[in-house]
Design a binder for this molecule. Structure first.
Ligand code: HAM
Length: 458
């Protein structure tokens, strides 16, 4: 679905084989001389032996293909010298065959890190027979996703999404509107600034292909004026041309046919009803006929929400309807709609506008000086932590002035000052950093005092 951005790799534990494989397939010295051929034979021999051992031990997949490839390698290896005497022309094709066989031996399952979670949620719906639950089923998820994109502000290779999906039941436009209303309410509660909702309908299996063909035909007429990416997309996915941010293409794109004018009757009615339902909920939207979204599973409603302070990667949420995806993954025909919030971008935008919660400082910083005071400080830290306070206990002795500066930097509410005097008198000094006031109290009274002040502030 987003294959070009996927992190895909062979999940293998046989590191030594990976190294031997690389050495054998990248060996470039000539095989025409004795030394070159001996080296190459050794590399291939080492690889084959190690792979056979790993195969027997089940450390690489025990597939018939692997078995056959290892057999081929054994046979070819044994004949390398013979081919050598028949000349370079015989030897080269054998060496190529050997390299090819080595490349094709599999070391483990090929796995991909998930680039998004909608497909996984659909699979879970199928696997857990959720169509038997009261419909629609409403699900949510939070977690890391991975895409091999060019990193920049707000675009990372590992990022976090909070998503929600509504599966099954009907495709009533009220569901689309309620899903959008929910995320807009969430953003409103967070006081996210500059929130803008854009919506579109990209039609269905009946009307979209006709529109795509029309678009392709129109794009071909202006092909020469488009950049290389868009030129390529005319063939691969003309809809994505509408996504282009290239300045020179904007006036051309503005003249292209718009999908809203080519929706079938049902899709047009659905789109009109979604807008009506949004209005009924007081959700403010802007229509954007170019909002096609990058994932292939969408149909009808698509939407994106942007916020301020994010630069070019300003979408904090994307979503849409994907009726048919569950079926595509082997389940029953099922309606579906949902969204995913980019958590990193959400936090970034909140931080930029000063709405992110400030980091909590420590409750108590223990400033101590002297061996005896250190022992008392360790005990005090233990007791205070047990009583639920967050405590910073410096590992090394510092002058009180420096320690208090440190306490300030960490945003501590109190500094507990423990010097030799305090320890011998059994009277501890507690400084409130906000106003500089000081108290001298015996240990139990001091802890009681902190406990009370904590109860008041929370
Ligand atoms: P998406 O538009 O690809 O949709 O991603 C949703 C959001 O994830 C984006 O709006 C953005 O905030 C965040 N995001 C995407 N890529 C990155 C990245 N590289 N770094 C930081 N944040 C990123 C989906 O993933 C769909 N599965 C949403 C959906 C759910 N549609 C229906 N249901």
């Amino acid at each position: 679905m987003v294959s070009k951005e996927m992190y895909t790799f062979e999940d293998s534990e046989v590191v030594e084989l990976v190294e031997l494989r690389t050495a054998a397939v990248t060996y470039t010295a000539s095989l025409a001389n004795e030394a070159g051929l001996v080296n190459f034979s050794n590399l291939v021999g080492n690889f084959t032996l190690a792979a056979e051992t790993a195969f027997k031990a089940g450390r690489i997949p025990k597939t018939p293909e692997n078995q056959q490839l290892l057999q081929n390698l054994r046979d070819l290896l044994g004949t390398l010298q013979i081919y050598r005497y028949q000349g370079d022309r015989e030897l080269s094709p054998r060496a190529a065959q050997i390299r090819d066989s080595i490349r094709r031996v599999t070391f483990g399952d090929v796995i991909s890190l998930r680039p998004e979670a909608t497909a996984s949620v659909c699979r879970a719906y199928i696997e857990h027979n959720m169509q038997q639950l009261p419909q629609p089923v409403k699900l949510y998820y939070m977690g890391p996703m991975f895409r091999r994109e060019r990193p920049q502000k707000g675009r990372y290779r590992q990022f976090y999404q909070i998503g929600a999906e509504v599966l099954g039941g009907s495709d009533a436009p009220a569901i689309d509107a309620e899903v959008i209303e929910m995320v807009m309410t969430f953003f409103d509660r967070l006081e996210l600034q500059g929130v803008q909702l854009e919506i579109n309908s990209i039609g269905c299996r009946d009307c979209r292909p006709k529109y795509v063909e029309l678009l392709r035909a129109e794009l071909l007429k202006v092909k020469d004026k488009l950049g290389p990416d868009s030129q390529r997309r005319i063939e691969t996915n003309p809809l994505r041309v509408l996504d282009s941010k290239l300045e020179s293409e904007q006036t051309i794109i503005a003249t292209l046919p718009r999908i809203a004018d080519h929706l079938c009757e049902e899709c047009a009615a659905h789109y009109a009803a979604v807008k009506h339902q949004l209005e009924a909920r007081g959700v403010i939207y802007r229509e954007n006929w170019r909002l096609v979204r990058g994932l292939d599973y969408y149909m009808r409603t698509t939407f994106e929400i942007t916020a301020q302070g994010l630069g070019s990667q300003n979408a904090v949420c994307g979503g849409g309807r994907y009726d048919g995806l569950v079926e595509l993954l082997g389940g029953p025909p099922t309606k579906g709609i949902g969204f995913a919030i980019g958590e990193d971008r959400l936090i970034l935008s909140l931080q930029e506008s000063g709405k992110a919660p400030v980091q909590q400082g420590r409750d108590v910083y223990i400033a101590w000086m002297g061996e005896r005071a250190h022992a008392t400080a360790i005990r005090a830290a233990k007791d205070l932590r047990k009583a639920g306070f967050s405590v910073e206990l410096p590992p090394m002795e510092q002058k009180f002035g420096k320690a208090l500066g440190q306490a300030d930097k960490l945003g501590a509410k109190y500094a507990l000052i423990l010097g030799d005097n305090e320890v011998s008198e059994g009277l501890w000094t507690l400084k409130t950093l906000a106003d500089g006031s000081q108290l001298k109290l015996p240990e139990p009274a001091l802890i009681e005092h902190l406990r009370k002040s904590k109860a008041v502030s929370s």
